[in-house]
Design a protein around this ligand. Structure first.
Ligand code: MN
Length: 231
């Protein structure tokens, strides 16, 4: 087959302990999935999970042990960090039961759902799509994927983010409103999951702005960490 111009390369993420890369299909994100973060965004009570997407090529892939770089994006004065556990799907499916969800998981990574909060808030106010606030270029930094068998008890892992060495976000994955298995069940009822899908599972409280020159260090206990500098 020939193309009228060269196709974009497949976006992929390194896998800890393996020479092969994880090829990325789609990036799904869960909104307001920790109670304390929902509160800080002005919401209370359990609501059904809701989802948005980022393009696969919005990933900023950070190699094991490296510090990545994210350019400060255009059009915003309020770039927020959201530290998140990322689930990497290895086996697709639709209408996956929560009890079977683990069989579909290849591994986990630490990710940042970077958000142009001012633009997102403006879109919310107008009842318009969030794309410009959430799905911009370089909006999804991610560290290496830890295969599920080496990841420890991710569902009860501490999750945290430091900015310039100061703790900004700290919680535990156990505080997810919709846990990983329930999220996969809900998501796969709405879309057929495919191998290569990534799911950003939501952020705990403590979201705040970063500026050029800030160094972000995200951790989920048991996974490879994520370090990124805002350019
Ligand atoms: Mn988020």
């Amino acid at each position: 087959m020939s193309f009228v111009f060269p196709p974009m390369p497949t976006v992929s993420v390194p896998v800890l302990g393996q020479p092969s890369q994880f090829p990325v299909h789609r990036i799904y994100c869960v909104g307001r999935n920790y109670e304390e973060h929902a509160k800080e965004m002005g919401f209370t009570g359990r609501e059904p999970p809701f989802f948005f997407l980022k393009p696969a090529d919005s990933l900023v892939v950070v190699e094991t042990g490296q510090t990545g770089q994210m350019p400060y994006p255009s059009l915003t004065q309020n770039l927020h960090h959201e530290i998140e556990l990322v689930v990497a799907i290895g086996k697709g499916g639709r209408n996956i039961l929560a009890a079977d969800a683990a069989q579909h998981i290849f591994g986990y990574a630490v990710g940042l759902d970077m958000t142009r909060r001012d633009l997102q808030n403006e879109m919310k106010k107008q009842g318009r799509p969030w794309c410009i606030g959430k799905a911009f270029d370089h909006s999804a930094p991610i560290g290496p994927i830890t295969p599920i068998g080496q990841a420890g008890d991710v569902n009860n892992a501490e999750i945290s983010l430091q900015v310039n060495g100061a703790k900004r976000q700290q919680s535990n994955v156990a505080k997810l409103i919709w846990n990983v298995a329930e999220t996969i069940a809900h998501l796969s009822a709405a879309w057929e999951l495919q191998p290569g899908d990534l799911i950003y599972t939501g952020t705990p409280e403590g979201v705040a702005a970063v500026v050029s020159g800030d160094l972000l260090e995200g951790e989920v206990a048991g996974l490879g960490s994520l370090k990124i500098l805002i350019k």
